[in-house]
Structure formats: structure tokens, C-alpha cells
Ligand binder design. Structure first.
Ligand code: ATP
Length: 364
């Protein structure tokens, strides 16, 4: 088990600032995910750690020792690539044992370690197959076994599931999580898929334009985003420019009671540059009148659209002032009988509201 420290990492490609002063502490034994939209610098950061190219400035440490001047093959990292990158002319066994042969490990030990790695990734018995005799999911398992067999200090995974279909992606991500928990190999995992990141990670680093937006557990990133960008990228969120008065007019709560910052401070209702957010699943719908209390925000709106998928439904509701809210109902029941154009009541706890500064993007 090894820790990784990234200190003030900068990497430019000409005018493009791919990594802009990245600082991260990755704990020993954790599965740490770099998550962000295309072009935010995830792959550049992973390849910098692997040593495939060098940062312009900054330092990388593994277990407290600088590795900046070590070539890739001496960094004690194993890499799993998006396109598997296995040798087509070598059998599964020879692909997995490749790194060990390069290190002059004795043949007997190679055989045992290859067998063990294949068992770990559930490919025992397929040693003699060629890659083109395997499914995509099996080929990526070979990629994983090949990285694990060298017992790297740090496992680096670059979008390992993106070439697989949806069902296989779910199956393999569960396996990767289980294997990583068992072996406790420190793992840095790159994905642009927020659901995959939430399911697989111990901690997630959300990146935006070469910078770190937030580092936290999946639960905290989702429930307590520190930035507008994080709230909008992870999960879905309704955003409304604040304060909007008239759609709250029948509400028992005053604007002052609702407009509380994450630290419980009353936000200035006259401030123009605040955005409020609420998750679609935090809002409940009902045809019945709602008892007004001092914990919940209550309003009514008109159903504009319903997307029903059996297990859940999404309601698009139009409130006054042309404000629209998306509502996720996990057990639609009789609500699915509602028609477009009907009026419906909405309720959500006042503490489900989050506020962001429009200019800086930071949570208020
Ligand atoms: P994706 O999810 O699409 O792979 P990413 O988050 O991994 O994206 P990077 O591939 O790290 O992003 O790219 C970061 C930025 O650096 C992008 O603006 C990209 O266009 C640029 N970039 C990456 N590699 C090079 C290169 N070899 N030459 C010039 N620009 C590059």
C-alpha cells in the first residue's frame, strides 16, 4: 500500500493549460477517482503520474519519495488503458506474464503469479486463448491482470470501462471495486461517468479546466457540493436565479427563513448574484393539499411533461415567473395517471436548497 502526493503540478500544451497547479494527497490503499468533463485534464494527470510525459513544474511523490526523474518503467505503477492495449499475437497467459519476463522473474514464479492474477480477474482456464477469442470485457480483464501481476505500488486506470456496453460496464466496475478492496492496491481511476465514479470510489476529485474543484467522498460530493460546477456535473440539479419571489408567495416561510447559507447565515435577499439549487429527488409531488409548516417549502405548478420509465418518473413542472423544476418520483404510483396541463402541489424541505455565488461559483 502506497500514498501518492501531487504538489503544484502544472502542465501546458502550448497555450492550453492542461493542469493548473494541481495539489492532491491520495491515501494508501484507496480507490481515488479523477472525474470531470472531456478536456478537463484527467488523462494528462494520470499519464504524468505514470511518467509517460513530464510536468512543466511541480513534484510527484510515492510514499514520500520524489519520482519526477524516474522513467515510467521504474515508477512502480501499473496501467490499465481504455483500449486494453494487449498484444494481439500473444496468448492471455503471455500477455499477463509480459511485465514479469521483462523483469527477469524465474519462469516457475511467472507461471504461479499469472495463474493467481487470472484467478483474481476471473479468467482462470483461458491462459492459452488469443485476445481475438475473448469478449471486450474479458480483454479488459486481461489488461487488469497484466497490471496487477507486477504488484505495482499504484494502479492507474484510464477510463477502463468506456469501450464496453452498459451491462458489462456495471459488472466489471463491481469486480474492480471488489478486487481493489481485497488487494488494497492504491488506485487512481479516471472516468467522465459520474455514476461510475460515485459507485466505485473511496474519494472523488472533480476536475474542471485543469483545476481541482472538490475532493471528497462520493456521499459528500453529491450531498454537499462546494461549487456550482460540482453540483451541476454530479447528478442533476434544478437551478433558479435567486431571489425569485412570486413562485414562493403562498409559502409559509419568509424569504429570510429560506435564504440560509450552508453555514446558516441569512443571505442578503437583495443580492442579485445568487443561484439556488435543489435536487429533483428532494422534491415531492401530491394532488392533496399540503399542511404548511416551517420546515418545508410548498408551492404549486403545472405539469408540462412526464417521462415514465416504470421504476421512476420525471415530472417537468412550470411554476410562476417561467421557473421550471424537474421532479424525480421514485415510486410514481397514482401520480403516473396525472395529465399534462394539470396543477400539482410540490413540497421540499428548506434545507434541500443550496445556494451558489453566480460569479465565483462557490457555495454560499
Ligand atoms: P477526455 O475525457 O476527453 O479524455 P481529459 O479530461 O482526459 O479528456 P486531457 O486529455 O487530459 O483531458 O486534455 C486536457 C487538455 O489538454 C485538453 O484541452 C486537450 O485538448 C489538451 N491536450 C491533451 N493532450 C494534448 C497534446 N498532446 N497536445 C496538445 N494538447 C493536448
Amino acid at each position: 500500500m502506497s500514498s501518492v502526493q501531487l504538489i503544484n503540478i502544472v502542465k501546458n500544451y502550448g497555450q492550453v493549460k492542461a493542469l493548473n497547479d494541481v495539489n492532491l494527497d491520495i491515501n494508501s490503499g484507496e480507490l481515488f477517482t479523477l472525474l470531470g468533463p472531456s478536456g478537463c485534464g484527467k488523462t494528462t494527470l494520470l499519464r504524468t503520474i505514470a511518467g509517460f510525459h513530464k510536468q512543466d513544474s511541480g513534484t510527484i511523490k510515492i510514499d514520500g519519495s520524489e519520482i519526477d526523474d524516474l522513467p515510467a518503467y521504474r515508477r512502480d505503477t501499473g496501467m490499465v488503458f481504455q483500449d486494453y492495449a494487449i498484444f494481439p499475437h500473444l496468448s492471455v497467459g503471455d500477455n499477463v506474464g509480459f511485465g514479469l519476463r521483462n523483469k527477469n522473474v524465474p519462469p516457475r514464479e511467472i507461471k504461479d503469479r499469472v495463474a493467481e492474477a487470472l484467478e483474481t480477474v476471473r479468467l482462470s482456464g483461458l491462459e492459452n486463448r488469443l485476445p481475438n477469442e475473448l469478449s471486450g470485457g474479458q480483454q479488459q480483464r486481461v489488461g487488469l491482470a497484466r497490471a496487477l501481476v507486477i504488484q505495482p505500488k499504484v494502479l492507474l486506470m484510464d477510463e477502463p470501462l468506456s469501450n464496453l456496453d452498459a451491462k458489462l460496464r456495471i459488472e466489471l466496475r463491481e469486480d474492480i471495486r471488489e478486487i481493489q478492496k481485497k488487494l488494497k492496491t492504491t488506485t487512481i481511476y479516471v472516468t467522465h461517468d459520474q455514476e461510475e465514479a460515485l459507485v466505485i470510489s473511496d474519494r472523488i476529485c472533480i476536475m474542471n479546466s485543469g483545476e481541482v474543484s472538490q475532493v471528497d467522498t462520493p456521499w459528500t460530493v453529491y450531498k454537499n457540493p462546494e461549487k456550482y460546477f460540482v453540483a451541476s456535473f454530479v447528478g442533476s440539479m434544478n437551478f433558479v436565479k435567486w431571489p425569485r419571489q412570486s413562485w414562493l408567495k403562498n409559502n409559509p416561510l419568509s424569504l429570510k427563513e429560506i435564504s440560509l447559507s450552508s453555514k446558516g447565515v441569512v443571505l442578503d435577499p437583495n443580492k442579485e448574484n445568487i443561484i439556488a439549487g435543489v435536487r429533483p429527488e428532494d422534491i415531492s409531488l401530491t394532488s392533496e393539499p399540503i399542511d404548511k409548516d416551517h420546515q418545508n417549502i410548498v408551492m404549486s405548478g403545472i405539469i408540462e411533461k412526464i417521462s415514465f420509465s416504470g421504476r421512476e418518473a420525471f415530472f417537468h413542472i412550470l411554476l410562476e415567473e417561467e421557473v421550471r423544476l424537474l421532479v424525480n418520483v421514485s415510486r410514481p404510483d397514482e401520480l403516473s395517471l396525472k395529465e399534462i396541463g394539470e396543477t400539482i402541489n410540490l413540497v421540499f424541505p428548506k434545507n434541500a436548497l443550496m445556494f451558489f455565488d453566480e460569479k465565483s461559483g462557490s457555495r454560499c
